[in-house]
Write a protein that binds this ligand. Structure first.
Ligand SMILES: Cc1cc2nc3c(=O)[nH]c(=O)nc-3n(C[C@H](O)[C@H](O)[C@H](O)COP(=O)(O)OP(=O)(O)OC[C@H]3O[C@@H](n4cnc5c(N)ncnc54)[C@H](O)[C@@H]3O)c2cc1C
Length: 309
């Protein structure tokens, strides 16, 4: 119930404007978001890199409402690639297609994403296309599988799949057969029972099955979860199959389970942390609270503690 309410609130633009001006909310969000500027984000990546953790930078912003905004987002993302190259960061970039104008038509998003990928290719830096709500899954996969992946290849562009969707098992088979690089996650959006498993046990079971397939047969998959049981299962699986640890990476979100992140690196696993930044942090922050409503108490508690210091 609380999860549904938080996900609903994450989509409310009026609340977004209000919350962004609220100092307490900004401090709460800073647990997950690296800051509002590229300088702050690059500094956060350097801290991770010093701990042997790779990163993926994500300029926050989704569902733009006009072409100028979409083109401005594409320009800002091109700048991220330049910063990664100049600062020699161990980092790639993640993007949501709605930020590049997906809701406004295929031509606009194609123009923007190709502009970014042309630049990515020149610099040899990878772009991950995040997966959004299920209304966009087919269009996202079509654009990726028919145009972007054939044109740029797996070292430059990859995709995300979500284990909560019924369709994902067959998507994964197809993506492995094509040789695409896949990030596997559970899925963060509010989805109807017609397309997604309502029970968490089914989402987790599907994740485990797809993880094993990807780690065994997919090119350098990203296993994106903080679920310790699934991470332990992945470790046992690669051990039993003798799969080298450099054939895949675990991925986690900035500010979530830092203890587990550091432990994995100490154990010799590859880890990439997703580092969001930018002024449009509200929907992202609300999705993180929805995943673990206990975070609300945690964040209020830490903000209050800092306040009385
Ligand atoms: C690198 C990365 C990229 C992602 N990209 C996408 C994407 O493109 N599209 C998409 O739909 N989703 C994406 N997600 C989000 C993902 O779908 C889940 O919503 C999110 O990862 C939580 O699921 P979980 O696998 O950690 O498992 P859960 O079962 O939700 O959580 C397992 C445990 O992890 C910890 N945990 C999980 N979330 C939090 C949190 N917010 N705060 C504190 N602890 C937490 C808790 O200990 C919890 O018990 C991404 C996640 C990661 C890590």
């Amino acid at each position: 119930m609380l999860r549904t309410t938080l996900l609903y609130l994450s989509e409310q633009k009026q609340i977004n404007a209000f919350v962004r001006r609220n100092a307490l909310a900004r401090r709460g969000a800073s647990r997950f978001v690296a800051g509002e500027t590229l300088d702050e984000a690059a500094a956060a990546v350097r801290v991770l890199n010093a701990k042997k953790i790779s990163a993926s930078l994500d300029l926050l912003g989704e569902s733009v409402t006009n072409a100028a905004e979409a083109r401005a987002a594409a320009s800002a993302i091109v700048d991220i690639f330049d910063r990664i190259a100049t600062d020699k960061l161990d980092c790639n970039v993640s993007v949501k297609l709605t930020q590049l104008g997906f809701d406004l038509g295929d031509d606009l998003v194609r123009e923007n994403v190709r502009r970014i990928l042309d630049h990515a290719k020149r610099l040899g830096i990878f772009l991950r296309i995040d997966m959004e709500g299920s209304a966009l899954t087919q269009r996202t996969l079509d654009l990726f599988e028919r145009e972007l992946f054939p044109a740029y290849g797996r070292d430059i562009v990859g995709i995300v799949v979500q284990s909560y969707l019924f369709r994902t098992a067959s998507d994964v088979d197809r993506l492995i057969a094509a040789g695409a690089r896949v990030r596997l996650c559970k899925g963060a959006y509010k989805e109807p029972a017609t397309v997604a498993f309502p029970a968490k046990a089914d989402v987790d079971r599907t994740f485990a099955e797809l993880m094993e397939k990807l780690v065994e047969r997919g090119p350098y998959p990203g296993i994106a979860t903080h679920d310790e049981a699934l991470i332990e299962r992945a470790k046992r699986f690669v051990q039993s199959k003798g799969i080298p640890l450099d054939r895949f990476e675990f991925q986690m979100l900035n500010g979530v389970r830092r203890d587990l992140q550091e432990r994995l690196v100490q154990e010799g696993y590859r880890l990439r942390v997703y580092v969001p930044f930018g002024t449009q942090w509200y929907p992202y922050f609300m999705r993180r609270l929805a995943e673990r409503p206990a975070n609300i108490a945690f964040i209020v508690g830490s903000v209050l503690k800092e306040g009385v210091r």
